[in-house]
Design a protein around this ligand. Sequence first.
Ligand SMILES: CC(C)(COP(=O)(O)OP(=O)(O)OC[C@H]1O[C@@H](n2cnc3c(N)ncnc32)[C@H](O)[C@@H]1OP(=O)(O)O)[C@@H](O)C(=O)NCCC(=O)NCCS
Length: 155
Amino acid sequence: MLAAEPHQVITAKTLKELAQCIKIRIIVFTHEQQFPIEAELDEHVKDTLNANAAHFLLQSTPSLMPIGTIRACKFTSTQITENGLHSTKTYYKLTRFAILKEFRGKHLGEALVHRLHEWVLEDAAKDRLQTLDGTSATVTIIAHSQIYATGFYAR
Ligand SMILES: CC(C)(COP(=O)(O)OP(=O)(O)OC[C@H]1O[C@@H](n2cnc3c(N)ncnc32)[C@H](O)[C@@H]1OP(=O)(O)O)[C@@H](O)C(=O)NCCC(=O)NCCS
């Protein structure tokens, strides 16, 4: 369903945009949900070190007020198969999904997840995650969310 609230989702590229994502995470996870600030700070350090993380910022339009965020982290793991061949798997983890309280329940969460899915597909295509016969390979997206939010991701 399309969100009725005017909005746009951008990929956070500048420090200012990244800071706006982090501010929303602190409002939601630290202040509202009472998770320790250390948990959030650890995540900031990981973000700084992880060049493979993409951050998305949801903005109300036309004001461009930041109202939500989500992060995709990309991982690759290489395993040696029984035949001694290398098999590389790429997967994406969906994390730090948050929308300011007053903007929830308006299908803006769906808009963020939709943009993240588009980005994953674009990124996977760039990495030539295509099978040789041209059919697309499976892309794995993992959501280790707080348990009560799993219903949301299942949609
Ligand atoms: C999770 C969150 C981002 C969802 O944002 P939202 O804008 O309210 O979600 P939407 O309006 O797009 O919801 C789309 C659908 O998912 C459902 N849904 C939303 N949040 C849900 C949740 N926590 N659990 C189960 N279903 C959920 C909605 O009911 C809606 O269903 P409907 O189409 O039948 O009405 C928001 O509730 C939030 O910020 N929560 C606090 C932070 C959090 O818990 N984040 C997730 C863990 S990382």
